[in-house]
Design a protein around this ligand. Structure first.
Ligand code: G3I
Length: 332
């Protein structure tokens, strides 16, 4: 349970975990998902490669299963995502090699209108554009990820105009949905969020229906925590935007036994709570979403030599992180 209108959510992969969901006989995972969360984000089901695998083929099975689950349990849904450099299907990558900007625009517009239109009215927030800005350590430094994104690359003369159009198409198809920019390494005030702040101002000045800024919240105990998350949220809120923590998890390097230390477990709880506190302190924060709630389904071990990132173990035992979040929500 959350105070005011703050939604507490989890990512879930409908194709993997919800297809064939039987409300009379839910799995243990499904029971927890229904009982603990008011909002769901499709971890993969609405990404291009999953939902639009061939030029004339849309596959809505996973996304439909997620929408049906949410509806059956009175949950909200955050859409994810329409414009991203990653997880694009092979046909997009191939076609992009010869696209003119007009061709890229047409393909993107058709996709956005089809996907957003299908779920219009049922998605309270959309991560319209994901990970648009490079990191300091990327070649070229902090700037738009134009070359890596097939759509922006085709329209490299004015990528911001295309970004604006994606927001406009989304808004036309679903006028009630709150439309977000979303990225990682975007919690605190830093060079990357400075770039987003400038981009948000530019889009708003152009009359683009941009409504929110999402910090993903993928943290690692290998690194320090930037305490300026509340300050960062406040500056976006001052632009008139909503803010959200959209993909929270806190991973860590594990010992040879594969287990975290007591100190790591406590520090993980503290980091989760700091992200939630920023959300509780800033009235414009609309949602706090964890990127999956159980270690057995976490994306982390596939990508990093780290783990223990979520708020429950593989056996669904609640970690101190879970308890601390619940306490903070109850106290708020
Ligand atoms: O494409 C095949 C699919 O056809 C097949 O059904 C499936 C069977 O296992 O494998 C598929 O690929 C997987 C893909 O997700 C599905 O789209 C990959 O193996 C898997 O590695 C991939 O990982 C996802 C990753 O994004 C890349 O899209 C993770 O599950 C997901 O947690 C992660 O989420 C991202 C956010 O979207 C954006 N922010 C960062 C976050 C973590 O990387």
């Amino acid at each position: 349970e959350a105070p005011r209108d703050l939604q507490i959510g989890s990512a879930v992969w409908g194709q993997r975990d919800l297809l064939g969901h039987d409300p009379q006989d839910p799995t243990a995972f499904q029971q927890i998902l229904a009982a603990e969360f008011g909002s769901l984000t499709p971890e993969n089901d609405m990404k291009w490669a999953e939902i639009h695998p061939e030029p004339d083929v849309y596959d809505f099975a996973g996304a439909d299963a997620l929408m049906a689950f949410a509806q059956a349990h009175g949950q909200e849904v955050r859409g994810h995502t329409l414009l991203w450099h990653s997880q694009n299907p092979g046909w997009v990558t191939e076609a992009a090699a010869t696209w003119t900007c007009d061709e890229a625009r047409d393909v993107l517009e058709d996709h956005v209108r089809t996907v957003v239109g299908r779920y219009a009215g049922d998605i309270y927030e959309w991560d319209v554009a994901n990970e648009l800005v490079q990191d300091e350590w990327d070649a070229g430094g902090v700037r738009l990820r134009t070359e890596a994104n097939p759509f922006l690359a085709a329209c490299s003369d004015d990528p911001v105009a295309l970004i604006g159009d994606v927001f406009r198409w989304t808004h036309e198809e679903d006028p009630e949905s709150v439309l977000f920019l979303n990225d990682y390494n975007a919690e605190g005030v830093n060079a990357k969020t400075d770039a987003y702040y400038a981009l948000a101002q530019e889009l708003l000045a152009d009359g683009v229906p941009l409504h929110g800024f999402g910090a993903q919240g993928h943290l690692s105990l290998q690194y320090g925590f930037d305490e300026s998350i509340q300050e960062n949220f406040e500056r976006f809120a001052d632009l008139g935007l909503k803010v959200a923590v959209t993909e929270a998890d806190v991973r860590m390097p594990l010992g040879e036994d594969g287990e975290p230390t007591a100190e790591q477990i406590a520090l993980q709880a503290e980091r989760y709570d700091k992200m939630l506190q920023a959300c509780l302190e800033v009235a414009a924060c609309t949602s706090f979403t964890v990127w999956g709630f159980d270690d057995g389904r976490s994306w982390v071990p596939d990508v990093f030599p780290e783990g223990y990132a979520t708020i429950m173990t593989e056996a669904y035992e609640k970690k101190p992180a879970y308890d601390v979040l619940l306490e903070s929500l109850t106290a708020a």
